[in-house]
Design a binder for this molecule. Sequence first.
Ligand code: D6G
Length: 821
Amino acid sequence: MLESSRTHSSFSNGNGSKDLKDSIDKHLKYSQAKNWPTSTPLDHYNSVALTVRDRLVERWINTQHEYHEKDPKRIYYLSMEFLVGRALSNYLVNLDFKNDFYRAVKELGIRLEDLEENDIEAGLGNGGLGRLAACYLDSMATLGLPAYGYGIRYEYGIFYQKIINGFQVETADNWLRRGSPWEIPRPDYMYPVKFYGTTRQGTNKAGQPVSEWIDTHDDVMAMAYDIPIPGYHNKTVNNLRLWGARSTREFDLGVFNSGDYVQAVNRKQESETISKVLYPNDKNMWGKELRLKQEYFFVSASLQDIIRRYKRTHSTYEKFSRKVAIQLNDAHPALAIPELMRILVDEECRPWEEAWEIVVETFGYTNHTVLPEALEKWTAELMGHVLPRHLEIIFEINHRFLEKARKQYPNDEKRIERLSLIEEKPVKSIRMSNLAIVGSHAVNGVAQLHSHILKTNVFKDYNDLFPDRFKNITNGITQRLWLKSCNPELAELLTETVGEEWTTHLDILRQLLPYTKDDDFIRRWREIKQSNKKRLARHVQQELSIDLNPESLFDVHVKRIHEYKRQVLCALHAVALYNRLKEQPYTECVPRTIIFAGKAAPGYEMAKLVIKLITSIADKVNNDPDTSDKLKVIFVPNYSVTKAEWIIPGADLSEQVSTAGHEASGTGNMKLALNGALTIGTLDGANIEIRDQVGEDNIFIFGLTAEEVERTRKNGYRPRDYYQSNPELKQVLDMIRDGYFAPNHPRIFSPLIDSLLVHGDHYRVLADFDDYLATQKKVETLYLDPDAWTRKSIINSANMGCFSSDRSIREYCRLIWGIEA
Ligand code: D6G
């Protein structure tokens, strides 16, 4: 933040274009200390941003003041990730003075491109989980709920992905290098966070025996940075509070006294590394000490802050769970459970049982994945080293919990072992999701199938024990960003047709259905899609110098690169299409542009190889004169919220092809369908609910069901059989294996082909290949009939009402938080 950016008292906060111009002019002078001739694009951006921020401040203060006065039940959304995307455009949409704003900016001669370029995206998340948190903040503010986001102010967000020689290369995303005009540092909200040390038996303030946490070292301070979260066209401005690590004031006296001043300063600086960088792995637990420290750091600071706020109006804990709802976005913040126990028992001298009741009533836990490698576990050794008192508390929670469970299941030690928060073998470890379940009154999955799998499989024992605890709340997306802002032309057509209300009541889009019979409407719908495809093509031309044919079918697969998401299946399809074109160059075919984008975790070799495979296929196909006008393969580097905003509106076909039973929900599927793409997908995650909404005639479903996948796991699966029996598949795999796409590194893709043919094809790519290709044929047939295609496109958008994050948040209010939306 720019310290000098305090609003000057003579600034007018009106929203007319004259007031805006005036304010931008004043900020240029008083906040940037520049005049127009010497000002740079960054000065312009900052002056504009501060002008917009001024328009939020009053509502922000008023909203927070009102919460303070009325003391409603507050919702705290704890998340290691918030993928908010670009700030300026989002604020403009929610503030409702876009037209005056653009006029003011234009009249001042400020270039919109300069504003866009300087509007750096805060990439404080990996993918779906972080973006979901951001959509939920938008919905909570729009619904006027007293909600707070709590997270970490990483200095380096998700890495910047470059493609060099077809390989992913990571570089640092130093998003704060020029400061951010949107965050307000609050050095007055600074909390100590302790680490390490040991415990000993002592007495608490009330004279009762307790365990004391002593001799901690490398303690840090957590400092608050506040970011305003305005609701859409209302007066609510909520708070996203991110914690930055600051060193404590004290030196390490031992080092200092020994005369090594510089080392003493260095030691202080090291403590600030806690909030330096976001771990870039999605759905994979890393087990690094620094990550554990990050988790505790933000949980500890957030709870201290929540309790400070609660204590402003309450002197006892009696009403705590009636005033505070804390939602854990995955088990990453599950340490909040033992931490609140520690505060209540050790510091506030509450009896254990009373404290436990408060804790369980306060917390809710959202599970985001069933992939075993993603479920966090910490070795007892590491936990005991970094957080010795918390380890004791977790053991105590477990002891009391298992005692009760044993009463219910007297002779079932196997079950008790499964229920335990502690895994004994191969290394004694804490199962964080079990901790989150035991310590919460509600546990939810994020789509119907996912919640069903939690109840019947992954957490079956828990569901037997606490049948009322498990719920489903299907994920959602905010239509303010994912339609109104990213697809302005379509948004305008919708407003003209059904009125503005869809922006807050997405169900209203159902009223579009009669227009599937209106030729004029169909034509306009198609024109808008074409215009969005051209915009996408312009971006691709700018970035990759490749010309796309906007008449071709834009087939889009954008998301993190992961084996279970099966980008490989689409890549195999691309090769099969290429071969068909080569073999029968003169047959009529539907020209297709296959667009991929997504990041691979830096340590995930197989995912990185998938990127290399895609870029290698692209090289070959795009440069082959026999095929290049009928088939293009594109890999757009550095997928981000900003890129999604121009890719998604331009998609015809949405690839949602994860192995059934593996994608908890997906939200890209919803964004694409809302923007009129037709889905080709498996019966996985929210695809199933999308099918239920749009009807099976308006979606392309293929492949094994989750049950069938399970059956192949139990009854055996022979990927080689598919390879042997399907000549087209065999040809595709052989070409990749034999170096057709990488003549300079002919064996480079062997690990990938081996994973399919030798190592059991864990994600059942070969089993689904045939049906996938047949279904893609049906896609092409439909695409040849533009009116029929467009009608289905309209039907898709029209039926996305229930995938608004407003609906999800209403359900959280009703089913988990006990709040009226
Ligand atoms: C935001 C806006 C500011 C308000 C503050 C409240 O920074 O006007 O005073 O939040 O913070 P708490 O006291 O609720 O933490």
